[in-house]
Design a protein around this ligand. Structure first.
Ligand SMILES: [Zn+2]
Length: 244
């Protein structure tokens, strides 16, 4: 038994956000004319914030069927992102989806008056994070192959003012993802600092080959943490944010 939305509720959910995906990094239009010119095609979905049936994501047994099928419990999404929010309730929490819904309604109202001038800050930032994270993964592969390999800071890029950028979008991506990205960037920054200090210290000094030994100790910690935080799931989630 699924507590599905009525056609009227679906229409209202779509109209309230201008028929655009409520993911703040997406905002893709979900309705338009069919290429044949006959009728319209809808690529959007009214998704449940709290699942329509037991076993679904964010299911709340204390809700009545009416509440579950009500406007308050729905969020309009493009197909890709409707699927996204149903794969992970750790990152896509009830609180985050309520926030997205509220923001999407606000944006739709604003766009109605101002046109579409809103810069897609979130998408832009997530694109940079995604690129950096992929570089980190390559660097880690190198570490794994040759323990103690001497690497340089260029292999671990980090965006300028990342902390500021992360703060700007944290409300949109939720606390879990913000914390993970924060931790990753922080440890990369720390490890880069270690490398720089070592390079400075050894410059002109005795050319002993213990750079690798020193890195090793820091590297173990760095690798442990990176493997814990920089998971395939995380990378996939970030990638979803960058896709339109
Ligand atoms: Zn979307």
């Amino acid at each position: 038994m699924r507590d599905d939305f009525s056609e009227a509720t679906k229409k209202e959910l779509a109209a309230m956000v201008g028929y655009k995906c409520s993911n703040p990094c997406c905002r893709r239009t979900t309705i338009g004319p069919k290429l044949s010119g006959e009728g319209t095609i809808n690529l959007g979905e009214a998704a449940h914030i709290k699942a329509a049936s037991p076993g679904g994501k964010r299911y709340d047994p204390d809700m009545t069927p009416e509440e579950r099928a009500g406007y308050e419990n729905g969020i309009w999404m493009c197909r890709t992102h409707a699927a996204l929010i149903d794969r992970d309730e750790k990152y896509f929490t009830v609180e985050l989806l309520y926030k997205w819904k509220q923001k999407a309604e606000e944006s739709a109202g604003k766009e109605l008056i101002e046109g579409e001038g809103t810069i897609r800050k979130c998408k832009f930032r997530m694109n940079i994070f995604y690129r950096d994270l992929k570089e980190y993964i390559s660097a880690m592969e190198l570490f794994k192959m040759r323990r103690g390999v001497v690497i340089n800071t260029q292999m671990l890029p980090i965006q300028n003012n990342w902390e500021e950028h992360l703060e700007e979008i944290s409300e949109l991506i939720g606390p879990e993802l913000t914390a993970t990205l924060y931790n990753i960037n922080r440890i990369v920054e720390e490890f880069r600092l270690t490398m720089e200090e070592e390079a400075r210290r050894l410059k002109g000094g005795p050319k002993l080959d213990y750079i690798s030994v020193i890195y090793c100790q820091k590297q173990d910690f760095f690798m442990d943490k990176m493997q814990e935080w920089l998971t395939k799931d995380l990378l996939e989630t970030i990638k979803f944010y960058t896709e339109i």
